[in-house]
Write a protein that binds this ligand. Sequence first.
Ligand SMILES: [Fe+2]
Ligand SMILES: [Fe+2]
Length: 214
Amino acid sequence: MNTFQHDPGYARAMGHLLVLYTQIDQFIMEVCAARIATAPDDEARMGLAKQVGDECRHVTIQREWIRRFDIDPVPVIPSDALERLHIHFRQLAWTDFLVDLYLVIEALGSQAVEQVVPLADPGTRESLRIPLQDELDHIAFGLSELDKALNAMTPGQRAATLANIPRRIDNLVAQLETLQLPVMDWFEAVGTRREQMMQVLDARQDELIARLAA
Ligand SMILES: [Fe+2]
Ligand SMILES: [Fe+2]
């Protein structure tokens, strides 16, 4: 079992991953809050508002864990990069917003975090329990909103939107890669295998797209 006390390499990498996760949760909280006013209907507004509350809770839980275990709280995503990501999400139409936020950040992001859970120390695992449970709700919300948006389209539009999803995912992943954070190194330092992580994420992406196309 890895621990913060006995393994400095593990502690440093897990610390960075936890700070990253907290920054992303706060980012999602702000992005969802900003979308409430322009969401297409009441159901979408309620879902976004609930999520804002959930992400706020996640940030609180993670910050408390970061403080208790003396993890270096210095942000890993620079503020100008966060601002560029805010600009990206602000200018997206609703369907593209759903793809980028729920398929990439929520679904693929939490899939990556799930890979860490069995390898993590007990305290970190506990700090992830409630957040990861809630992420399932968020992904379900995003998928049901995507279904609604796709069902409102003409068959041609729907097919084109579905066909374009892998490109959207690749583009956002490429944009995130410009941050040049050694995230895969951190994942490896806490015990995941790079190859296996890539396979799990690819499989999850295929599963999500198949689910939307069904
Ligand atoms: Fe979250
Ligand atoms: Fe979430």
